[in-house]
Design a protein around this ligand. Structure first.
Ligand code: NAD
Ligand code: DAU
Length: 379
C-alpha cells in the first residue's frame, strides 16, 4: 500500500484523477490537499472521501507548517502536484497570484518532500532518498509556447512561455528539475495538452460554451476562432499520470496528448450541433434549458440553438496560436495511448453536463457572474 498526497484534487483534473485511482487501484491510499479556491469544489469529491482510503484536508500548498505536518502524519510515498491557478485569462488579470501558487507553492512542496524523504548523504555529498518515493509535477504543453501551422511539441522543444500562467508553470517545472539535478530528488513531470470531460469549471472553453447555449447566451469566440488546441479526454490524462508515477523514469519529462487538433470555432460549432442533435433525439434533455420558448408541440423549442449564437470577441492578449503534442515518448516507453476518441468523448462530456446541471449551479453559485461580466466586458 502506498500513500499519495494529491494536491488540487477538488479541481477538474485532480478530481477525475482520484476517482480513476480509487476505481482502478487498490494499493493506494490518498490524502487530498486543496485550498478550495473558486475552482475547487468539495462536492465534486464528497462521495470519494471516506476517511479510510481517501482523506481530505483544506489548505494551501504554500503553507509550510501545514504541509510539513501532513508529511509527518501520513508518511507519504508519492506527491502529485495538481494544485495551481490554471486559467490563462485570470493570469492576465492577476499575475501575482499565479506566481504565489504555481511557483512558490511548488517550491514549498518540493522542500517539504525533501525534508521528509532524505535519509542521508552519498560519498559525493548528494542526498540519499527513502526507497520508492516520487514527486510528480502536473505541467502543461503551454510551457513550450506556440506553434505555427506545422510541427509538434516534443520533450526537447525549448521552453518559451508567453502568458503569466505558462511562465509560472514553466518556472515550477524548472524548480522541479533543479531539485532533481541538485539534490537527486526522484521527480517526474508530465506536460499535457487541453483536457475536456466531466467536472470542468465553466470558465474554460468547452464547459462555458455548453453553459451559455443552455442559457441562450452568446458564445464568445476570441479573435477569429482559428487558434488550435489538441484536446484529450481527461481520463486518458489521468491514466498517463499514473503510468508515469509507477513506471516513468526518474528525472524525465513526458508529453501527453492525443493527436486531436481542433480550431476553437470548430469546437464551438460541434458543441452547438451536438446539443441540438441530443435534444432532438431525446427531447427530455430540453428540461435543462434555461432559455425556454414553448413550441406548439408543448416542448421547449431548440431552433435557436444554431451558429447564430456565436459572437467573435476581442482576442486574448498574447493568444498562443496552436498547441500540438508529439506523444511518441510516453507511447514507446510506457505503452500509453489515448483510448477515448474525440467524437465519443465530446458526446459523453456534453451528456454529462446535461445530466449534471446541479453541479454547474453549485460551482457557479459564488462570484461567477461577476467574473463572467468582468471577463467579457468590452470584448
Ligand atoms: P483547476 O483550476 O480546475 O483546479 C485547480 C485546483 O487547485 C482547485 O481545486 C483549487 O482549489 C486548487 N488550488 C488552487 N490553489 C491552491 C493552493 N494554493 N493550494 C492548494 N490547492 C489549490 O485546474 P485543472 O484544470 O484541474 O488543472 C490541474 C493541473 O493540471 C494544473 O496544474 C494545470 O496547470 C495542469 N493542466 C491543466 C490542463 C487543462 O486542460 N485543464 C492541461 C494541462 C495541464
Ligand atoms: O494546453 C493546456 C492548457 O489548456 C492548460 O495548461 C490550462 O490550464 C487550461 O486552462 C487550458 O488553457 P487554454 O487557454 O488553452 O484553455 P481555455 O479553455 O481557456 O481556452 C481554449 C481556447 O479557446 C483558447 O484558444 C482561448 C479560446 N477561448 C476561450 C474562452 C474561455 C475562446 O475563444 N472563448 C472563450 O470564452
Amino acid at each position: 500500500m502506498k500513500t499519495y498526497l494529491v494536491t488540487g484534487a477538488a479541481g477538474f483534473i485532480g478530481a477525475n484523477y482520484i476517482k480513476y485511482l480509487l476505481k482502478n487501484y487498490e494499493d493506494v491510499k490518498i490524502v487530498v490537499l486543496d485550498l478550495l479556491t473558486y475552482a475547487g469544489n468539495l462536492g465534486t469529491i464528497a462521495k470519494d472521501i471516506d476517511n479510510d482510503r481517501c482523506i481530505f484536508h483544506r489548505g494551501d500548498i504554500g503553507d509550510r507548517a501545514l504541509v510539513d505536518s501532513l508529511f509527518a502524519e501520513y508518511k507519504f510515498d508519492v506527491v502529485i502536484n495538481f494544485a495551481a491557478e490554471s486559467h490563462v485569462d485570470r493570469s492576465i488579470e492577476n499575475p501575482q497570484l499565479f506566481l504565489e501558487t504555481n511557483i512558490l507553492g511548488t517550491q514549498n512542496m518540493l522542500d517539504a518532500a525533501r525534508k521528509a524523504w532524505v535519509t542521508g548523504r552519498d560519498e559525493q555529498g548528494y542526498p540519499t532518498w527513502r526507497d520508492g518515493v516520487r514527486y510528480h509535477q502536473v505541467s502543461t504543453d503551454e510551457v513550450y509556447g506556440s506553434l505555427g501551422a506545422e510541427g509538434y511539441f516534443t520533450e526537447d522543444t525549448p521552453l518559451c512561455p508567453h502568458s503569466p500562467y505558462s511562465a509560472s508553470k514553466t518556472s515550477a517545472d524548472l524548480f522541479v528539475m533543479a531539485y532533481h539535478d541538485t539534490f537527486h530528488m526522484p521527480v517526474t513531470i508530465t506536460r499535457c495538452s487541453n483536457n475536456y470531460g466531466p467536472y470542468h469549471f465553466p470558465e474554460k472553453l468547452i464547459p462555458l460554451i455548453i453553459k451559455n447555449i443552455l442559457e441562450g447566451k452568446k458564445l464568445p469566440v476570441y479573435g477569429d476562432g482559428s487558434n488550435v488546441r489538441d484536446w484529450l479526454y481527461v481520463e486518458d490524462h489521468c491514466k498517463a499520470i499514473e503510468m508515469v508515477v509507477r513506471k516513468g523514469r526518474v528525472g524525465q519529462v513526458y508529453n501527453v496528448g492525443g493527436h486531436n487538433e481542433k480550431t476553437n470555432i470548430d469546437i464551438v460549432r460541434l458543441t452547438i450541433a451536438t446539443i441540438h442533435r441530443l435534444m432532438t433525439e431525446q427531447p427530455e434533455y430540453r428540461k435543462v434549458l434555461k432559455k425556454v420558448v414553448m413550441g406548439e408541440d408543448g416542448l421547449p423549442t431548440i431552433d435557436w440553438i444554431n451558429d447564430e449564437l456565436i459572437t467573435f470577441v476581442k482576442d486574448r492578449l498574447g493568444h498562443d496560436q496552436r498547441y500540438a503534442i508529439d506523444p511518441t515518448k510516453i507511447k514507446e516507453e510506457l505503452g500509453w495511448y489515448p483510448e477515448t476518441c474525440f467524437e465519443v468523448g465530446i458526446v459523453k462530456t456534453i451528456e454529462w453536463y446535461l445530466n449534471n446541471q446541479a453541479w454547474v449551479e453549485e460551482v457557479t453559485s459564488g462570484d461567477y457572474q461577476h467574473y463572467y461580466e468582468r471577463m467579457y466586458a468590452g470584448r
